[in-house]
Write a protein that binds this ligand. Sequence first.
Ligand code: SF4
Ligand code: SF4
Length: 150
Amino acid sequence: MDAVEHGVVTSLCDICPKPGNCCKKLTLSTGPGEYITFWKDDGFAAAEARMEEWKLPFVPIEINHTFTDDQTGSEYVDYYYSCPKLLPNGRCGIYDDRPALCRSYQPGADGLCVFHANGALRQPVKHGNRSTRQIKKLARSILQIADRPR
Ligand code: SF4
Ligand code: SF4
């Protein structure tokens, strides 16, 4: 996530227009649409306990979806989380000890990353004087460079 070797960009994160964007508001799931849920009445406490149990630094910040249990009518929810380990400069404060989940995250893999095709860059935004299309093209070429064996 942090390598600029001999002036060569080796990760999208090195040119990220919003460093740490991926750590500010995230959801947790076991697969597409398979969110980690909790009974709504338990508030944040159940999610906080689960994060502690799973040794994840994330903190629930707001409800993402609310569902209703067909049998009991009780509501259950999944949350958005933020990470308090994110430093003001957008870097990870526990980089060497960050969770496996963070280690395995591929920049551009989903809407959490500003370089994801279906995420923020799909909006008509500008970055410097580059258009959205140019940034995506740049992102693709850099990913290819980063994937090359050295
Ligand atoms: S994963 Fe994406 S959003 Fe996160 S720092 Fe890297 S480039 Fe930026
Ligand atoms: S542990 Fe580090 S990489 Fe993972 S979400 Fe927190 S700040 Fe981001």
